[in-house]
Design a protein around this ligand. Structure first.
Ligand code: UDX
Length: 437
């Protein structure tokens, strides 16, 4: 099938590449000439495990191409995916300007029956808006489908190739058939294509992300309580997670959720509810907890150093919002670095993938190191913001010889308490006993 994908961000690029992988011919369209030039020259513009190999293979097989021209890119496409940004506006609602602009442009360009798919996370009613915009200028029949993606960064390729489910919102039989054909290779193991109306599909995406964010904020509150009453959140997590109604996943406490989805989507759902005259009380709590949780360790660190961080060297391990990505959008690490700098501390940072992105933000205000050990050299404390696997089993002897003091503030509960006791580190984590404090 000939497919077009408008927008080559994390979602668009993964979508385009993965659709090409099963034999479709895909053209990806982006207004950013620089990005398109890079992609055309065979360079992947994001870090996403497994993507590069698929990307190269499909370019070579001429199933994947790139252009800045919408008219050229959508020529003969049966399905056009809109994978455009929907950033939060000032009031927290998703800003639809990119989506609606492309809808306006698409109308006069359609030459035959086409399915236009909203893949971006968009408020309920967006499919109707896109339909109206296109209809205003289209001369041919078309359908607008809501097909929200559930890709997790870091495992997006796997999530796309073997989704747990694909949600497709459409009431058109013709569009449904086309989407069934398109997704058939991806759900061969028997995972479902879940069909529903457009509005329900749009809300499903917000409900999924907000529910997961709620799980995290709930566990963060349990962790905070554990600290006050002398319980261990790891034990509580295991104790509740074995109940299949609760589930083991997404119960890990830490310094809050970040990324391009959860913070924005929880806020947008709360705003959508408010617009519908409904106060979604839980979401406000979810956001409040996350805001305080992000910099929760700062007070502890200050207290540890007698109230001031002036002149203290902090090694920050991990900058991305989670492991296996270079994405730093809403990364808790950034909020903490800002606090460290405000308090007069010296920050030495290391991240396996995200340093280039962080340099653009903090420039020379902090220093960057290619290895976690180099960042730790001479540090008064190590602060762990992201649980990259390489931090899990460091050579503690080597680390001891490098740091000024054996102190770790761990925002992701990377280490077992016994290991820290054994290694003689003073160790603060989330929802657990302080070791050698
Ligand atoms: C998320 C959704 O999982 C995905 O389905 C959706 O389409 C996009 O948003 P992503 O943003 O890539 O994906 O990250 P995810 O792995 O879900 O983690 C989000 C945040 O929650 C991270 O900051 C992570 O550190 C945090 N988190 C996750 C926790 O703090 N505890 C957990 O137990 C799980």
């Amino acid at each position: 099938m000939k497919i077009a994908v408008v927008g080559t961000g994390y979602v668009g690029l993964v979508t385009g590449t993965c659709f090409a992988e099963t034999g479709n011919t895909v053209t990806c369209i982006d207004i950013d000439q620089n990005k398109v030039n890079k992609l055309k020259s065979g360079k992947v513009t994001i870090y996403e495990p497994g993507l590069e190999q698929l990307f190269e293979r499909n370019i070579k097989q001429e199933r994947l191409s790139f252009t800045t021209k919408l008219s050229e890119g959508i020529k003969d496409a049966k399905v056009i995916f809109l994978a455009l940004p929907t950033p939060p506006g000032e009031d927290g609602a998703a800003d639809l300007k990119y989506v609606l602009k492309v809808a306006d442009d698409l109308g006069p360009l359609l030459e035959d029956y086409t399915v236009i798919v909203d893949e971006s996370t968009v408020p309920v009613g967006t499919a109707d808006k896109v339909r109206q915009r296109i209809a205003a200028k289209a001369k041919v029949e078309f359908d607008v489908v809501s097909n929200p993606e559930f890709l997790r960064e870091g495992v997006a390729v796997d999530d796309f190739m073997k989704p747990e489910r694909v949600v497709i919102g459409t009431t058109s039989t013709k569009a449904r058939k086309l989407m069934e054909t398109l997704y058939a290779p991806y759900v061969r193991q028997g995972n479902p294509l879940v069909f529903m109306d457009e509005r329900s599909a749009e809300l499903t995406k917000y409900a999924a992300n907000s529910f997961l964010a709620t799980k995290i904020s709930f566990m963060n509150e349990i962790a905070n309580l554990c600290e006050l009453v002398g319980a261990d959140v790891d034990a509580v997590r295991k104790g509740i997670g074995t109940d299949s109604r609760i589930g083991k996943r997404f119960l890990f406490p830490g310094i809050g959720y970040g990324g391009s989805c959860f913070p924005k989507d929880v806020q947008a759902l709360a705003k959508s509810a408010a617009d519908a005259q409904y106060e979604f009380k839980i979401l406000k709590a979810v956001m409040d907890v996350n805001t305080t949780q992000k910099t929760k360790l700062i007070d502890r660190i200050k207290k540890y150093f007698g109230g001031s961080l002036k002149g203290k060297t902090i090694a920050v391990w991990g900058l991305s919002f989670k492991p296996h990505t270079d994405d730093i959008r809403e990364a808790p690490a950034l909020y903490n670095i800002e606090e460290f700098l405000k308090e007069g501390a010296i920050v030495k940072a290391h991240d396996p993938e995200a340093m280039e992105n962080v340099k653009q933000l903090f420039d020379s205000k902090i220093s960057y190191f290619d290895s976690a050990y180099d960042a730790a050299e001479g540090a008064d404390a190590i602060f762990i913001a992201t649980e990259w696997p390489e931090f899990r089993t460091p050579d503690f002897e080597k680390l001891t010889s490098l740091v000024k003091a054996r102190v770790i503030f761990d925002g992701r509960n990377v280490y077992e308490l016994d290991v820290m006791k054994e290694q003689g580190f003073t160790y603060f984590s989330i929802g657990r006993e302080v070791v050698n404090g």
